[in-house]
Design a protein around this ligand. Sequence first.
Ligand SMILES: [Cu+2]
Length: 463
Amino acid sequence: MAMLTRRTLMKGALVAGAYAGGMSLAGQLGKPASAKAATTLLTRRTDALITDKGPTRAAMTYGDAEVPPVLRMRRGLPFALRLENGLDEPTTVHWHGLRIDNRMDGVPFLTQPYVYGGDGFDYAFTPPDAGTFWYHPHCNTLEQMGRGLAGVIVVEDPTDPVFDAEIVLNLRDWRLGGDGQFIAQFKPRDAARAGTFGTVRTANWRQTPQYDAPAGGLVRLRIAATDVTRILTLNVDGAEALVIAADGNPTADRFKLDHLMIGPGQRLDLALRMPDSEGAVAALMDLRGTKPATLVTFRATGASLKRNLQDLPALAANPLSEPDLSAATEIPFILSASAEERPKDGICGSLGYNFWAINKVPWADDSGDPTAPLAEMKAGRTYIFNVENPTPQVHPLHLHGLVFKPMNSNKQAFRPHFSDTYLILPDEKVQLALVADNPGDWVFHCHIIEHQKTGMTSYVRVT
Ligand SMILES: [Cu+2]
C-alpha cells in the first residue's frame, strides 16, 4: 500500500478535529498537545441539542463547547489542567485508566477535598501510557455523569501508527422524557438490578451521527463507553474492523471485531477499513438486547485510498509491570447484595439506599469517613484479586491507579491483556493479577453508577 506519511496523519487529524463533538482542546487552541500549556476546564450547565424536541435544559458539560472536549495528552509529558467549577454543587475530576499520582485521582475525601462551586483545583500529572482513556466526576456521580459530565482522553505517542483519519466516539445514553427534558435519573427497583437505562442513545451527544472518512482508508476509532448503566455488544456492519487496543492498552494480537461486549468505563480502539466506493456506508452497531441499535455510521468519501489493514504497524506496548505469579498474595473480593441501612448523613449525591456490597461491606462513600481499605498491599509486590460474582447481574469492576491482567475465569476465555475495568458475569470467578506499583488509596468499584453509589465500592491501599 501507499506509505502513510506524516502529512496524511495531519490531514486525518484535521478531519477528525472537524467531527462534531470530537474537537480537541489542543485543536481549539490551534497547536498540538503540549507539555506546558496549562488549560482551564470549566464545569457548567448548558442547553444541549440531543433530540429533535428542542434544547434539553440543565445538561452539564466541561469547557466552552456543548460537548465535553477530547483532552489530548502525550505519553511521558507533563499535563496540567485547572478545573474551574461553574456548577452550584461540588465536583472533582477522575482520570479513568491513567496511572497517575494518587493526589490527582479525583476521589473526594480519599484523595482530595471537594471542589466547591466557584472554586477550582489544579490537576497536574504525567500520563505513563498511550491510549484511549476518559474523565468524569467522582462526586454526585450519577447526577453529574447522567447530565453530561464525561469526556474522552487521547494519550498520544509519537510512534503511534499513522491513520487516514481518527474518530473519537463518546457513547452514552440520556434519561429524557418525551419532551426531551431530563426525567428521574434512577428507579430504586432498577438500581437493585441491572441499573436504570437511558431513553435516548447518543454518540458525541448526537443520535446516530454520520461521519465522513476517506474511501478505502484506515480510520482509528477510539470508542469510550461512558454511560452510567448500559453494557454494549459491539459489531461493525459494512466494513472490516480490527480490535487494536482495549481499555487503553494495545492487544497482544489484533483480531476481528465480532460481538465484543464492553461495559461502562471500558474503551475499545478499532482500525476500521472504509469501503472502497464513494458514498458506501459502514455502521457501528450494538447487538445486545432484543433490537440491534445503530450507534454511528461512517460514509466513504473520495476515490479509494486502497489501504490494507495488514499493513498497519502494531501499537507500541505501554510500560506495564508483569505480575510475578510465583510470589503473589491472593485477596478475596466477593460481590453481593446488601440491605444494610444507609447512613443518614450522605453527602456528595447519596442515592439513599444500600443494595450492594463488596466483602459484605456496603461502601459508605458519601459519609466523608470512608470505611477501612479492603486490602493493604506492599508497593512493588504482586497480588491476585480472587473476585467472585454470585449476583445475577454483570458488573464492570474498575480499579483506579493500577492495571491488572485477568486470568483463570470459570466463564470467559481471554487473550492476555492489561486492563483497568473487568466485566464480570453472573456466577463468574476470576483472578485479576497485578503489581501494586503505584502507592496510594485506590478505589475499586462497579462502574454501573447506581451499583457504585448504593454500596458496590471499596478501596485498596498501596504503601
Ligand atoms: Cu455493578
